[in-house]
Design a protein around this ligand. Structure first.
Ligand code: ADP
Ligand code: MG
Length: 260
């Protein structure tokens, strides 16, 4: 076994880097007649950054949502840290807290301040005191570069700032992993980099991340692995370098010729 180490991204969690954290086995999902996930098998190890890429409609979001149990699956299994996803109740709330999620649309609570957005989960789900939660939230907002916005409402922030708050909110729960589903695709171009920089920092600090993105620069700088999906299948799984320079499948070649 590898020596244990403490990751600065999750300073109170001992990270056993390299062991499987998310194990997806023979997962199928249909929406009516549409077979959106076709016998998916994948493993994400601790400390690993996996970029999921593929055409629109290929099932990337459905897969992310299944990992967080925002979607049910028809069959197969998904385990996190060796545990099967719970169906409901307190165990499910705990799982959701362990899996941070950042969506394409900045889904902050519109009627709460930036600071409240980040403290809410730790107070409600983790039972943290307000004072501790605020201290932690301010440190996280500092880390993503928006501490000076803490008292504002989300609508007063730019899209890039809101997305950085969403990342801080996810981190506030000390998640075991973070799922980011196209976190920069709704942003104006000049704001994309400020969010990608935060994501690269997180990756460098050892956070386990599953990132749906077409940002090749991020994939090359931060990803350990690229999973290419098309029509509900994992078609290729390789390093970013190999994927972008030498894709094997026709579907990947077609896809890359359209985005590059
Ligand atoms: P991606 O994120 O790769 O663009 P999605 O996982 O969002 O793909 O969607 C995969 C397919 O499933 C698409 O054809 C989409 O239209 C369909 N789909 C997604 N969500 C639903 C839903 N709630 N009901 C019915 N069909 C859905
Ligand atoms: Mg999607």
């Amino acid at each position: 076994m590898e020596p244990t180490e403490t990751s600065p991204a999750t300073s109170n969690i001992t990270v056993r880097r390299g062991e499987p954290l998310v194990v997806i086995t023979d997962v199928n999902k249909h929406y009516g007649d549409l077979h959106v996930l076709k016998n998916i098998n994948a493993t994400v190890n601790r400390g690993e950054v996996v970029v999921v890429i593929g055409p629109s409609g290929s099932g990337k979001s459905t897969l992310c949502r299944a990992i967080n149990r925002l979607e049910t699956i028809d069959d197969g299994s998904i385990t996190i840290d060796g545990k099967e996803l719970p169906a409901e109740g307190k165990a499910l709330a705990q799982l959701r807290a362990d899996v941070g999620m950042v969506f394409q649309a900045f889904n902050l609570f519109a009627h709460k301040t930036v600071l409240e957005n980040v403290t809410l989960g730790p107070i409600k789900v983790r039972g943290m005191s307000k004072a501790d939660a605020e201290k932690k939230a301010m440190a996280l907002l500092e880390r993503v570069g928006v501490a000076n916005q803490a008292k504002k409402m989300p609508s007063q922030l730019s899209g890039g700032q809101q997305q950085r708050v969403a990342i801080a909110r996810a981190l506030a729960m000390d998640p075991k992993l973070i799922l980011l589903d196209e976190p920069t695709s709704a942003l104006d171009p000049e704001m994309i980099n400020e969010v990608l920089e935060v994501m690269v920092d997180l990756a460098n600090e050892g956070m386990t991340m599953i990132v749906v993105t077409h940002e090749m620069g991020f994939a090359r700088r931060a990803a350990d692995r690229v999973i290419f999906m098309a029509e509900g299948d994992i078609v290729e799984e390789t390093t970013p370098e190999k994927f972008f320079t030498n894709p094997q499948s026709t579907r990947a070649k077609d896809f890359l010729s359209k985005i590059l």
